[in-house]
Design a protein around this ligand. Structure first.
Ligand code: SAM
Length: 295
C-alpha cells in the first residue's frame, strides 16, 4: 500500500535502509508474521546495504585499532562515511531520511520515538560492530543515537530489527483489526491491563484453580473498561514508577487545562522529541549504490 502525497500521486512506502556488515541477518524475523506479510504486500520497504562494499579493495578493511589503546576495534570513519553517503544517494529527490546509529550510548527507544518514526518517510539505520563507530563520522552526518536499552549487544543488527518491527506495526493497514495500537502499553502512558481467554476457570501445574475476573464475563462494556484502566494503573504504579509519575503529571495537567479531558481517562503521552522522523536536509549529492531490496 503506497501513501498519497498532496497532489494525489503515490508516495514511496515507509522505507528502512539498513547499513550492516552482516546483511544476511535481514529480513530475518521481519520476513515473518505481521511485518513479513506487510513487506510482501509493499506496505513498507527494506533495503540492506553491506558496509564492506564501501571499503577499499583488496582487503576491504572496515575496522582499525582505537587511538589511545584498549581492547577491540573501531569502524573506520572513511568506510562508514562512504557507506552512509551511498545510501543517502538513494534518497535523491526527497528529503534525506533520518540517520540513526544504534548504540547503548543513545537515547533509549520508546513508543513516542517509534510513533514519530512511523509518521515519517523512513529511516537509515547504521548498525555498529566491534567497539563502535568512529565518533567523527556520527558528528559529520548528524546521526541520531538510539539505544535499545541498558545492556550491550554484540552488534546493532538485533536493535535495528526491533526498531523496525516496532515501527512497521504502527504503519497504516499493517495491524488491521487484530489489535488497536491506541490500547497497547505506552500508548496512553500506562502499561497494559492483563489478558485472559477461555476457559473461564483453569488449573495450572501448581494445582491451584484460577478464575477469570468476573467483570470480564459480565458483558458490561463500561465496567470492563473501568476495570482495565484500574488494572493498567495499578500495574504501572507498581512496576514502573517512572511511567507512573509521568502519567500522574499528565492527568494533573489535563485537569487544569481550559478544556480538560474527562478525569481518569488515559491521556496521550506528550511527544518529547520531534527530531527523529525528519532530518530536514536536502539530499546530498552522492553516487548511487547497489539498492538491494529485500521483499
Ligand atoms: C559490542 S557493542 C559496542 C559497545 C560499546 N563499546 C559500548 O560500551 O557502548 C557493538 C555494537 O552493538 C550495538 N549495540 C550494542 N548494544 C546496543 C544497545 N543497547 N542498543 C543499540 N545498539 C547496541 C552498537 O551498534 C555497537 O556499536
Amino acid at each position: 500500500m503506497s501513501r498519497q502525497d498532496t497532489q494525489g500521486a503515490a508516495e514511496a512506502p515507509w522505507t528502512a535502509r539498513v547499513l550492516t556488515v552482516f546483511p544476511e541477518m535481514f529480513p530475518g524475523p521481519l520476513g515473518e508474521s505481521l511485518a513479513g506479510r506487510a513487506l510482501a504486500r509493499g506496505d513498507w520497504r527494506l533495503t540492506v546495504h553491506d558496509i564492506r562494499d564501501a571499503a577499499e579493495p583488496p582487503h576491504r578493511r572496515v575496522d582499525d585499532a582505537p587511538f589511545g589503546g584498549g581492547p577491540g576495534m573501531v569502524m573506520r570513519p572513511s568506510v562508514a562515511d562512504r557507506a552512509i553517503r551511498l545510501v543517502e544517494g538513494l534518497e535523491a529527490g526527497r528529503h534525506t531520511l533520518p540517520l540513526i546509529y544504534l548504540t547503548p550510548r543513545g537515547r533509549p527507544l520508546d513508543q513516542t520515538m517509534v510513533a514519530e518514526l512511523a509518521a515519517g518517510e523512513g529511516v537509515i539505520l547504521l548498525c555498529g560492530r566491534y567497539e563502535g563507530v568512529d565518533e567523527r563520522v556520527l558528528e559529520a552526518h548528524g546521526a541520531i543515537e538510539v539505544s535499545l536499552g541498558d545492556f550491550v549487544l554484540s552488534g546493532g543488527e538485533p536493535a535495528a530489527l526491533c526498531l523496525i518491527d516496532a515501527v512497521v506495526r504502527l504503519l497504516p493497514g499493517v495491524m488491521g483489526n487484530q489489535t488497536s495500537a491506541g490500547e497497547e502499553s505506552f500508548a496512553n502512558g500506562l502499561l497494559e491491563y492483563p489478558h485472559y481467554t477461555r476457559p473461564a476457570e483453569w488449573t495450572g501445574s501448581d494445582g491451584i484453580p484460577r478464575r477469570v475476573p468476573d467483570v470480564l464475563l459480565s458483558g458490561h462494556h463500561a465496567e470492563v473498561g473501568a476495570w482495565r484502566l484500574s488494572e493498567a494503573e495499578t500495574t504501572t504504579r507498581i512496576r514502573r514508577p517512572d511511567l507512573w509519575a509521568r502519567y500522574m503529571r499528565s492527568q494533573a495537567d489535563a485537569m487544569t487545562t481550559p478544556n480538560p479531558a474527562p478525569a481518569r481517562r488515559p491521556a496521550p503521552q506528550p511527544a518529547q522529541h520531534s527530531d527523529v522522523a525528519h532530518r530536514g536536509k536536502e539530499p546530498a549529492e552522492a553516487p548511487r549504490s547497489k539498492d538491494r531490496q529485500t521483499a
